[in-house]
Design a protein around this ligand. Structure first.
Ligand SMILES: Nc1ncnc2c1ncn2[C@@H]1O[C@H](COP(=O)(O)OP(=O)(O)OP(=O)(O)O)[C@@H](O)[C@H]1O
Length: 805
């Protein structure tokens, strides 16, 4: 029992006692205690996180200002502490903003923007300041010079954790050799145990930011990554949220805040990708959910017209016999023209005819008369007469159910269901027969349950859903105006109906000019720069949306060559061009990699799941206006289904190419093995054969080429004539480029389409030929006796080629 529990029942005062110790907590105090949430859980990691926050900010600021980033990072040992210095050539920060940017948590320029940035929350750099002051007790030292500014501003400050406000120790103007930019100096308790992670972060940042120059000087190493391109990433645009991505709370907030009155105006002004037409589609779906649909039934048959007319006639009192008769006849005739008619259609029909008749007979059909007429007409349509037990509805529903039911169900079962459904509609309180899809589903459920119970039939879930669907489709959308924005905002259920309607409507993907993906070719380029592999592939997916924010997933693969072959593949994760260094196991990216069956792509994956083995590097980049991280330290991406599915597709796209590469490589390897074996056996066989038969020695190369279905390139000399032959024994055409380097004698072309170029006393006979399967072609040239040759053949894999020259 806790001490509080022990006091329970011992009189009042516990709540008051608790109240005395209850007070609000400043965000800075909170993170002071929960440093790990921001990535500052140890000295080793704290240093990496501080570097990451400062470098990410520097890159963001430079790109935003259109400046090619030039970033210098230095880590010095300073007595018991480490000193971190990060300098950039960005636009600088104004004097007024410096204290808030560095001395206040949750202060930044990016939180409210839907635009791709590295920074998102406005916590990063102030958290580094907090960590530094906590561990070393020293203030952060900031120098910043804005573009065009004469002097630089210098501040020394800490964060007052009680108030989450900056406390400035020193504030002065100073000189600085950089024309613009920002310099941050932090001292902290740290160590270099996470040196590998630090190096990885810098190296991988350079890979995906080829437009940046990044230098790291730390106590035992100096790394410098030069700029590879002057091309900055595409400038991004801020966007409004996409209707497929918002959640209910956000939608209600937006409904409360908007200046629009109508839903249509609201949708068009607050969301991206919604014009008049799309807004209409959303509103149609919203109507279905909010009002339901009106059942539309088959109108009475032509032979029943007289009965319908009589009923209408009876409903209209005191309007003169001719006017009444014409009204009744015209309505009943017109009903014949409908395949199905709903209550509101009948109402409109009655109004139209009544208006006409009023004019013609100079009489009035007031609202009561019209209502009575509609009611009489509707009774005739649904056949409400108790004697026939909704005969008309039963046969109508029979037709619908029959249309979607498999032939396995017998007639009696279908009739049984229709008979039980009909009174559910007929007896419903809503005389206009307005029902939501849910209500129809409930009718079907009850009718099907009863049919199963009493008719010894089965009506499974799919059959039931098919019936619901066809009944719903046969119903009419109502013409009522949707509620206005305020009415929707005031009612949670209505807001939720609007949200569902938004999600249900097909709406084109959000614009991608708010995103700056790396793009497949630059990903390949980046991988090529860092890994000397045999194979590279990359893919960039189209934009998708999650939580109103668009995102693009890209993947890259490198295989073979110098890539580490022992153990598991290396998985590199990036979000908005920032390498994710920690929490690999908690990241959606890693989960997706593990769940792919890499054996399908010819990679080694023991047990069929997990990170594949072998010389593979897998790279994934997620670009989004709001990357869903698992925590504020932005180390791992959350398991959002939309994102996971795109990661998987991107990875599969890149892997598909790897699969064909590996397949080809494997078949080449088998070919090589076969060829090697033949190359040992054939000469022995040939020698034996010559011994036995005493005939001329066999040309092994020719035979080998034929057995292996290879392309054979052969040189023969006949006096001064050199004859090059390409013989294609394979099953496909071969495009071959041959260079025969001749020394000692100038070659003179005798036949064939080749060129001869002289260089440093050697002649290059260059010959390109396309040879169909089973064909051969020959080039001849003349040389003197002493000529020497060296041949090279391009355009074919080594394994498909036999050169005898
Ligand atoms: N080197 C810099 N040059 C110019 N502006 C900067 C620099 N560093 C930070 N800023 C400004 O300070 C703000 C706060 O930075 P901070 O790192 O606290 O948050 P953030 O980058 O917006 O988000 P996150 O918490 O996700 O890192 C930034 O939004 C940016 O406007």
């Amino acid at each position: 029992m806790t001490s509080y529990q022990s006091q329970l029942g011992e009189g009042e005062g516990i709540a008051e006692e608790l109240a005395e110790s209850q007070r609000s907590i400043s965000i800075a105090e909170f993170f002071e205690k929960n440093k790990h949430m921001l990535g500052f859980d140890s000295g080793a990691r704290g240093l990496v996180t501080a570097v990451k926050e400062a470098v990410d900010n520097a890159l963001d600021a430079c790109e935003e200002a259109g400046i090619a980033p030039d970033i210098y990072v230095e880590i010095q040992e300073a007595g018991d502490y480490y000193r971190l210095i990060v300098e950039d050539n960005g636009p600088g920060i104004t004097k007024e903003q410096i204290p808030k940017v560095f001395g206040k948590l949750l202060y930044g320029s990016r939180f409210h923007k839907r635009e791709q940035n590295r920074g998102q929350q406005g916590i990063g750099i102030s958290a580094a300041v907090l960590y530094s002051q906590l561990t070393s007790g020293k203030p952060a030292k900031i120098t910043s010079r804005t573009k065009g500014g004469v002097d630089a501003e210098y501040f020394e400050l800490i964060i007052d954790t009680d108030t989450n406000e900056p406390e400035i120790d020193v504030e002065e103007t100073t000189t600085w050799e950089r024309p613009h930019g920002t310099r941050i100096e932090l001292e902290m308790e740290a160590n270099m145990r996470a040196r590998n992670q630090l190096h990885d972060y810098i190296k991988h940042t350079a890979v995906v930011n080829p437009h940046a120059r990044i230098e790291l000087r730390e106590p035992s190493e100096h790394m410098k990554y030069e700029r590879v391109t002057d091309q900055l990433p595409e400038e991004t645009e801020e966007i409004r949220p996409h209707p497929h991505g918002v959640e209910l709370g956000t939608l209600i907030k937006m409904l409360d805040a908007t200046e629009s009155y109508s839903v249509s105006g609201f949708l068009q002004s607050e969301f991206t990708r919604v014009g008049g037409k799309t807004a209409d589609s959303v509103i149609d779906n919203f109507r279905d959910r909010h009002f339901g649909r009106e059942m539309a039934w088959r109108p009475p048959e032509a032979h029943e017209d007289a009965d319908v007319a009589r009923a209408l006639d009876a409903a209209v009192a005191n309007k003169g016999a001719d006017a009444t008769a014409e009204f009744a006849d015209r309505v009943s005739d017109a009903l014949d023209g409908y395949e199905r008619v709903s209550h509101h259609e009948l109402s409109a029909l009655v109004d139209d005819v009544a208006d006409d008749v009023e004019e013609k007979y100079d009489t009035t059909f007031g609202s009561t008369v019209r209502e009575n007429a509609v009611e009489a007409g509707w009774q005739a349509v649904i056949g409400v007469d108790a004697d026939d037990e909704y005969e008309r509805l039963r046969s109508d529903l029979y037709g619908l159910v029959d249309e979607v039911t498999t032939t396995q169900k017998d007639d009696a079962t279908i009739q049984g269901l229709a008979d039980r459904l009909a009174p559910k509609f007929g007896d419903a309180d809503d005389r206009r027969h307005r029902f939501t899809r849910e209500e129809i589903r409930e009718f079907v459920r009850r009718a099907a349950d009863a049919t199963e119970e009493y008719d010894d039939a089965t009506f499974g879930e799919t059959a039931r859903e098919n019936v619901v669907e066809i009944v719903w489709e046969s119903a009419e959308r109502v013409p009522d105006d949707p509620p206005n924005v305020k009415e929707i905002a005031d009612d949670r259920d209505t807001s939720s109906q609007l949200l569902e309607a938004m999600r249900e409507t097909d709406i084109i993907s959000p614009p991608t000019d708010c995103l700056a993906p790396i793009n497949a070719d630059l990903i390949e380029e980046g991988l090529r720069k860092e890994y000397d592999a045999d194979f590279y592939s990359a893919s960039t997916r189209d934009a998708s949306v999650h939580g109103g924010d668009p995102f693009i997933v890209e993947a890259g693969l490198a295989y073979g060559g110098d890539v580490e072959a022992e153990g598991k593949a290396e998985v590199m994760r990036f979000a908005n061009r920032v390498p994710l260094v920690y929490q690999r196991g908690a990241c959606a990216t890693t989960d997706v990699v593990k769940n792919i069956n890499w054996r399908n792509y010819n990679l080694d994956q023991p047990g069929g799941s997990g990170i594949p083995n072998g010389p593979v590097v897998i790279m994934v980049h997620i670009a989004s206006t709001n990357v869903p991280f698992t925590s504020e330290s932005k180390d791992a991406v959350a398991n959002v289904p939309e994102l996971e599915s795109e990661i998987e597709l991107a990875m599969r796209e890149a892997a598909r190419e790897l699969k064909s590469f590996l397949k080809k490589r494997r078949s080449m390897q088998q070919r090589r093995e076969k060829q090697d074996k033949l190359a040992t056996i054939l000469p022995e066989m040939a020698e034996k054969l010559t011994q036995v038969t005493g005939s001329e020695e066999l040309d092994i190369d020719d035979t080998l080429a034929r057995i292996m279905n290879n392309v054979l390139v052969e040189r023969e000399r006949d006096g001064d004539t050199v004859r090059l032959t390409i013989e294609n024994n394979s099953d496909r055409a071969a495009d071959v480029e041959i260079t025969d380097i001749v020394a000692g004698s100038e070659p003179a072309l005798a036949n064939g389409d080749a060129s001869v170029v002289e260089m440093d006393g050697e002649w290059f006979v260059k010959w390109s030929a396309s040879v169909s399967s089973g064909d051969e072609t020959t080039l001849e040239y003349e040389v003197d006796d002493g000529a020497e040759f060296e041949i090279s053949v391009e355009g074919l894999e080594e394994e498909r080629l036999t050169v005898d020259a």
